[in-house]
Design a protein around this ligand. Structure first.
Ligand SMILES: [Zn+2]
Length: 129
């Protein structure tokens, strides 16, 4: 069974047992947070900040970086359309993006078939802090 098939199986079981509740699209604590996508933060980050489902808009990306349109668009949507009034940027220790080598990352992308012009289009140098 592939990873995707396992995820779909788990999701099917979850949906069958899920009892939905009405919730607002707005963050109950009027908070937007930008943080890292590090998988070690799952089931850890929110409890560490006393947050529950519905409390905050949480944007996750590589290395909790604000460069790039997606992070800015998401924070803007949280502030101007989804009820957030404050923004927090939360980093963490031992981030996988700390000290990342832009050239090595570019070589890996090319090895997987991404064209150099597409890498340049997204200005890879901005991604690595
Ligand atoms: Zn990180």
């Amino acid at each position: 069974m592939t990873i995707l098939e396992n995820v779909l199986k788990d999701n099917k079981e979850f949906v069958e047992n899920f009892e939905g509740t009405e919730m607002s699209h707005h963050a109950a604590k009027k908070l937007a947070i930008l943080t890292c996508m590090d998988c070690r933060l799952i089931d850890f980050f929110e409890p560490a900040l006393g947050l529950k489902r519905g409390d905050a808009k949480i944007v996750r990306n590589a290395g909790n970086s604000i460069v790039g349109e997606d992070a800015i668009r998401s924070i803007g949507a949280a502030l101007y359309n989804l009820g957030a009034e404050e923004v927090m940027v939360v980093g963490h220790t031992e981030c996988g993006m700390a000290g990342a080598d832009a050239e090595a990352l570019k070589e890996k992308m090319i090895a997987r078939g991404i064209k150099e012009e597409d890498i340049a289009k997204y200005d890879l140098a901005q991604w690595i802090g």
